[in-house]
Design a protein around this ligand. Structure first.
Ligand SMILES: [Zn+2]
Length: 152
């Protein structure tokens, strides 16, 4: 008696002589315990066995194809978002503001309160205008033009 079994390791169908105790998977080399393996089809005919293996293989590959697609990689963060993520790890409030101001200045030259607002979106503290005031008064930034800021 022959049977169709599926390799538990590489998920490929193959035909075996069910009277043998073990079979080696031709694809991955795994030893399969035939006595314990789930038999998907039994036949005495070798040609029927070949047909059954072929059908099982088709079914298995169809399952793989219809499996849900791998989740897409997370969208790349914008410069502002990424800066926000990095700044969030800085503990001291003034150190953090200095870090943000310096990075915004390096990247943009001059930055506005909107730039700052985008960076601090993930923070749950003060709004951008307040922080600009704080940065101006503590000498972290200056205002080279109306509404434009740069780190000192
Ligand atoms: Zn295998």
């Amino acid at each position: 008696m022959f049977g169709v079994i599926v390799c538990p390791s590489c998920n490929r169908a193959r035909g075996v002589d069910l009277s043998t105790a073990a079979a080696t998977c031709p694809s991955c080399g795994k030893r399969i315990n035939v006595k314990k393996a789930k038999v998907y089809f039994k036949t005495d005919s070798e040609s029927e066995l070949a047909e059954a293996v072929r059908k099982m293989s088709e079914r298995l590959s169809a399952d793989v194809e219809s499996a849900p697609p791998v989740r897409k990689k997370r969208r790349k963060l914008s410069f502002h978002e990424e800066l926000g993520v990095r700044a969030k790890k800085i503990k001291g409030s003034e150190d953090r503001l200095r870090f943000v101001a310096e990075n915004l200045s390096v990247e943009l030259g001059e930055f506005s309160s909107e730039d700052l607002a985008m960076v601090i979106k993930g923070f749950d503290e003060a709004d951008a205008e307040d922080l600009i005031e704080k940065m101006l008064s503590s000498g972290i930034i200056f205002e080279p033009g109306p509404g434009k800021y740069r780190s000192i």
